[in-house]
Design a binder for this molecule. Structure first.
Ligand code: SF4
Length: 457
């Protein structure tokens, strides 16, 4: 029996790709090892979006040097955007690697492992392969309750700080029929929540899409998916603010299956920084979009990304970001210090901000957001939320799940609630989670779940 370990870094796209790879490895008889020294194949699916994360992956890979020396037949490989970026150069940093595979080549790995010589030269896979799309997940496996489905890959936007267009290539959308077939397969195997994935999911444009100005193919896709009665919740990420036609905004108010949560990257609240980043919207347009979305769906929970310390960012620019956070009142944010990445336009920009200053700015952003998040969560105390129960909670006797607004809710309840829609009254609120009390008697939950599914059909 061949054993592997797979460690994933970075975004949901990598999580999705790793899930695909695991499915394909299982089809060829590979099983997961409990720890690295029991494995025949050690693989890191790595991210290149930030310098610090990339360095961490390289130093963790180096830790396998003695294991590889003791067991020369061990295959150590690295994949994802970092592998695409480094290519053969990776071997200068980690010479004992047998495999370096970019994100568009991961599905070739399981077949490759059958013929790869661990003592021979490393194999480098980059760019588009013969089969850029991963095949459907193996039908034999139970699907996760909440599953990712990629609808498009790559990016055409070339934001000044971002390596994605260079590493994942230009935008390519999957055909709707292929997506629907994958979703049907997942629903048949027990999945109840689908998260559509793409670097710019709302610029989804499969071949033969209507010309600009006509009905949005992404809106059409969401409507078709929402028609499956077994699908309880539908989400998508990541969306670009420039690709939000009125009919997409309107769906948040009209399509019950579309969960009331949206990740909408802001990056900066300053017009001059947004322009330098090449984001193709300004502060007023972004905040106007937030207003329209909240009008269409008043309960909508928004999350965002913020970068501080972009080259040339002034105190005034930072103040604009802080005031945008205060105005938009996001439920949560992912905030980062700007970091130079190879190939990007921002790499050559002057007026780089020193690290300690970037750290100070990040603290200001995070302090403000912690306050806003806590206020929003505390306002939920006393309210009853529908929770998709995904597993045990952190404390004994607790179960845990996600509200439609994508908040973690823990509550005391039986493990039989796994996979059900429960209702919980919120009794305590923290910045990262909510504590609830089960509102529906456990015996009625099966019926409740059935009703909820029926209401969505
Ligand atoms: S939209 Fe900008 S930040 Fe997002 S993946 Fe494309 S280039 Fe990167």
């Amino acid at each position: 029996m061949r054993r592997y370990t797979l460690t994933t870094f970075g975004c949901q796209m990598n999580v999705y790709d790793s899930g695909r790879l695991e499915g394909l490895l299982a089809e060829r008889g590979w099983v997961k090892a409990q720890k690295a020294d029991e494995a025949d194949f050690i693989f890191f699916n790595a991210c290149s979006i930030r310098e610090k994360a990339a360095q961490r992956v390289i130093s963790r890979l180096k830790e396998f040097k003695s294991l590889k020396k003791a067991r020369p037949n061990l295959i150590v490989g690295v994949g994802g955007c970092l592998a695409e970026q480094e290519g053969a150069n990776f071997l200068k940093k980690v010479p004992f690697l047998s495999l370096v595979a970019g994100p568009r080549r991961l599905t070739e790995i399981p077949a490759l492992l059958d013929r790869l010589d661990p003592k021979g030269p490393a194999i480098i896979l980059a760019g588009d392969g013969a089969e850029p799309r991963p095949p459907a997940a193996p039908a034999s496996q139970a699907a996760p309750l909440s599953s990712f489905v990629t609808v498009m890959e790559g990016c055409d936007n070339f934001c000044a700080y971002c390596v994605v267009p260079y590493l994942r290539g230009r935008e390519k959308s999957r055909e709707p029929g292929e997506i629907l077939a994958e979703v049907e397969g997942l629903l048949a195997r027990g999945c109840r929540e689908i998260v559509l994935l793409g670097q710019n999911v709302n610029s989804y444009a499969p071949k033969g899409s209507p010309a600009a100005g006509k009905a949005s193919p992404f809106v059409d896709l969401l409507k078709r998916l929402a028609a499956y009665p077994e699908l309880w919740r539908l989400r998508f990420t990541t969306s670009h603010p420039k690709d939000f036609p009125p009919e997409l905004i309107e769906l948040f108010g009209s399509l019950k299956t579309l969960a009331p949560s949206l990740h909408l990257p802001l990056q900066s609240g300053s017009d001059s920084v947004l322009k330098a980043m090449g984001r193709r919207y300004d502060r007023a347009q972004y905040l106007g979009l937030v207003k329209k979305l909240k009008k269409a769906a008043p309960l909508l929970a928004l999350s965002t990304d913020v970068i501080v310390g972009f080259p040339g960012e002034t105190e005034e620019d930072l103040a604009d970001t802080l005031s945008a956070l205060a105005e938009a009142r996001f439920d949560s944010i992912y905030s980062f210090k700007y970091s130079d990445r190879p190939q990007t336009r921002a790499l050559g920009l002057p007026n780089k901000i020193p690290e300690p200053e970037k750290a100070r700015r990040l603290d200001l952003v995070q302090d403000l957001q912690r306050k806003i998040t806590l206020e929003i969560n505390q306002a939920l105390v006393g309210q009853e939320l529908e929770v998709l129960v995904t597993g045990p909670g952190r404390n004994l006797g607790q179960m845990s799940g996600r509200s439609g607004t994508n908040k973690i809710v823990n509550f005391i309840g039986p493990s039989s609630l796994y996979g059900q829609l429960a209702r919980a009254t919120i009794v305590e609120a923290y910045a990262a989670s909510l504590l609830g009390r089960l509102a529906t008697p456990a015996g009625e939950l099966w019926a409740a779940a059935g009703d909820a599914a029926g209401a969505r059909s």
